[in-house]
Write a protein that binds this ligand. Structure first.
Ligand SMILES: *Cc1c(COP(=O)(O)O)cnc(C)c1O
Length: 389
């Protein structure tokens, strides 16, 4: 196989690629070609920009967290407010980009997988807006634990299919969605939720999430006249983090730091393996089966991670660290009390690391924390956890 076809297949060093049956390979190649065709298309980008502004509410502010900064006594802390987007998180950036592509490809039907339901809700939202038929695959176990999200998706007009096979969790939901795609690819678009999966998904999701760092770079240069000391983001599959890092990758002096839960420390502790059709650092047993993970933040509960993060970790361009559940709960409360901003539990992981990092960095420097989502969805869970302490 030639070097170019390796690049075309979406390799990031040894990671990424596409490890899928031939039938699916064909469908993904069509998707890759269409993405290449439209990603720099002027009309496509004009439409995307229109919905970013008028539907999502972009650009999202880069907010100077003055009280938190003073309290910590070190680097200036800036919050990139993805929590202010319509539907309350960064996921809308990606689903909007992909649904515009689905429309261009003539798809009549959109399918997606969801774990806790956040990506399912984001997908159902844009399908409602465009009047597209929407089917969400969700593990039967997850539908029981996340009954309200199932109702949200139904309210938005989506059909939720509870998958009862195997463990009846995210993995089985992905398998069912892929089987649906192979059977119905002529009219169906599979809208994947993070910077994971076989090529072209990691590349495509990064492209649509890069709006975060495009904006933040412009914003920090306007406010500070210089690049930040570091950019911090939490890591589940890695989409908000790769979007937050993208525009700084060439700026070697900017530290890029991904924060994982200690209980799902894929990049910190994982080894090379194949999961869901691509190669990445993964938490696995000796036979290569993914290990169960547990995180208090449902959005971070994934045993693999994006292939580009796996490469950035290997080359050392980005750093990956873990924080504990107790540190996350503390950070969740501190940001709420000092800034009046309740972050998603996922985002609170990045905040938790910033609390440790900022005091060690000079006052002239700045640190950007990507607040990937808002915490309304987590308040009840945190209430229960704090009560038990
Ligand atoms: C889904 C989600 C995440 C994790 O997903 P990534 O692909 O790693 O970004 C993080 N934060 C929030 C608020 C989420 O909804």
């Amino acid at each position: 196989m030639s070097q170019t076809s390796q690049v075309e297949k979406g390799y990031f060093g040894e990671f990424g690629g596409s490890f899928v049956p031939p039938q699916l390979e064909k469908v993904l190649q069509i998707l890759a070609d269409q993405f290449e065709k439209y990603k720099d298309d002027e009309e496509f980008n004009r439409e995307l920009q229109y919905y970013f502004e008028d539907y999502v509410g972009r650009e999202s502010p880069l907010y100077f967290a003055e009280r938190l900064t003073n309290e910590l006594g070190g680097a200036k802390i800036y919050l990139k407010r993805e929590d202010l987007n319509h539907t309350g998180a960064h996921k809308i950036n990606n689903v909007l980009g992909q649904i515009l592509l689905a429309k261009r490809m003539g798809a009549k039907r959109v399918i997606a997988e969801t774990g806790a339901g956040q990506h399912g809700v984001a997908t159902a939202t844009v399908c409602a807006m465009f009047g597209m038929d929407c089917t969400i695959y969700m593990g039967a176990e997850d539908t029981k634990r996340q009954a309200l999200n199932v109702f949200r998706m139904e309210l938005l007009g989506a059909k939720v299919v509870a998958v009862t096979k195997g463990q009846a969790r995210l993995k089985e939901a992905v398998d069912e969605a892929l089987a649906d795609l192979v059977a119905n690819y002529e009219n169906t678009f599979y809208l994947l939720g993070s910077a994971v999966g076989p090529h072209p998904f990691p590349t495509m999701v990064k492209h649509f999430q890069s709006i975060i760092s495009k904006e933040s770079k412009r914003q920090i240069l306007a406010k500070e006249g210089r690049l930040p000391y570091a950019v911090l983001a939490c890591i589940g599959g890695g989409s908000n983090a790769i979007g937050s890092f993208a525009d700084y990758l060439e700026d070697e002096e900017v530290r890029l730091i991904g924060i994982e839960p200690a209980e799902a420390a894929t990049l910190t502790k994982g080894t090379t393996g194949v999961i869901h059709g691509f190669k990445c650092l993964v938490l696995q047993d000796e036979e290569g089966n993914p290990l169960p993970t547990y995180s208090i933040a449902a959005g971070l509960d994934y045993p693999g991670c994006g292939p580009e993060h796996s490469q950035l970790k290997t080359t050392g361009r980005a750093e990956y660290v873990t924080v504990t559940k107790a540190e996350v709960l503390e950070a969740f409360q501190i940001l709420s009390k000092t800034e009046g901003i309740i972050p998603a539990l996922e985002s609170a992981h990045a905040v938790a690391y910033a609390l440790k990092l900022a005091p060690t960095v000079g006052k002239k420097e700045s640190i950007i924390i990507n607040i990937s989502g808002r915490g309304d969805k987590d308040v009840e869970q945190v209430f229960a956890m704090l009560k038990d302490q």
